[in-house]
Design a protein around this ligand. Structure first.
Ligand code: HEC
Length: 159
């Protein structure tokens, strides 16, 4: 009797995990192709849909730990080139940026900073923000290196 219930339990566990695994696979495969379809409809690649349109064309290798020196340099650039339109916690001329690293990928943020005009034309999220703010963010003559520092600063301010 005892043995039987052990066997049943093992069988049950096997069935549950087997089904669970199968479903997961199916789900991620279909959500991937769904994303690709949506991106294609918008005239974007799947990468562009997730990471924006601009000079950053592949995933960057950004360590999880914040580089404090880079963030401090980013803050200086932010103060001179971005604060006229952005605050961290309130909507201003542009959106509040405290949690931007939670709603966008690192690469998206860099493409938005490096290529804002094309972003608001071609990317649905940037276009939506243009609709809300009714001001076009302009390119602030920052280099890719400056932009990486700005990203580090924004990452350091995220709660
Ligand atoms: C002239 C005002 C202005 C300046 C200057 C400006 N921005 Fe923006 N920014 C905006 C607006 C407005 C938007 C929303 C998109 C649009 O309407 O162009 C935006 C959007 C963004 C976004 C995307 C936010 C999101 O939720 O997707 C980021 C990131 C950003 N700005 C960062 C910066 C940084 C960093 C700088 C400085 C290099 C900067 N901006 C300078 C006005 C500005």
């Amino acid at each position: 009797m005892k043995n039987k219930s052990v066997v049943l339990f093992v069988l049950f566990t096997l069935i549950v995990t087997a089904c669970g695994g199968g479903e997961e696979k199916k789900e991620s495969a279909s959500s991937e192709s769904f994303k690709a379809k949506v991106a294609a409809k918008l005239g974007l690649t799947e990468f562009e849909f997730e990471n924006g349109v601009g000079p950053i064309k592949e995933k960057l290798n950004i360590p999880a730990e914040i580089d404090k020196k880079m963030a401090a340099e980013g803050l200086k650039i932010f103060e001179s080139k971005c604060m006229s339109c952005h605050k961290l916690d309130e909507k201003y001329t542009g959106p509040a940026l405290r949690d931007v690293t939670k709603r966008r990928t690192n690469e998206y943020i860099m493409n938005m900073i490096l290529n804002p005009e094309e972003m608001t034309k071609r990317h649905p999220e940037a276009r939506k923000l243009l609709g809300i703010h009714a001001t076009q963010m302009t390119f602030q003559n920052v280099t890719q290196e400056d932009t990486r520092k700005l990203l580090e600063y924004l990452r350091s301010e995220s709660k």
